[in-house]
Design a protein around this ligand. Sequence first.
Ligand code: SF4
Length: 213
Amino acid sequence: MDKMKKWKNLCKAKDIVEVLNKKHFKASYVETLEEARDKLLEMIEEGASVAIGGSTTLSEMGLVDILRNGKYKFFDRYQDLPFDPDIVEIHRKSLTADFLVTGTNAITKNGELVNTDCTGNRVAPMIFGPKNVIIVTGVNKIVGSLEDAFKRIREIAPMNAKRIKHETPCVETGTCVDCDCKKRICNFTTIIHNGIKFEGRIKIIIIADEIGY
Ligand code: SF4
């Protein structure tokens, strides 16, 4: 990566970590995806139950294979099973996991975490359920305001719909039309304003790089 861009990303990571820690999240930064993976695995003790939320960052990290082959109780939502009832049941059990590992769709400069979900299996346990939440995200998710976060989510949603092969209008055009189809992926939007209620429960690893979308 260009040296100046790397430096700029590092500055962004340091700044947002400071903001997030003031908001009672437990935030830290690393420089690469590999360092994020190592840090994340250091946080999860052997034998812990782990669920993950859909995330391109975690996919790039190869986390599913790591969890499948590690010494964890993995709530594996990527098994080749019917969505309802089998995968839905895994989502339900995931609410009681020791750890939820996930990305985030956006972080505002004010330290709010903004996410939109299809099923709710990611946004619900980010708020309550699992004892620990570890969020891994690149600096490209940082936006100016809540309005910018909603705009960002609307812009990236068609890519997510295409990635998970949902037949939605945006998969044809690349643009959100606020659809009303069964396969709609934008059903639940949450804002986490502050981590103070369960201090330290939400841990955030910021990668000083542009990862995922
Ligand atoms: S609301 Fe519908 S059209 Fe818009 S991004 Fe979501 S799935 Fe696509």
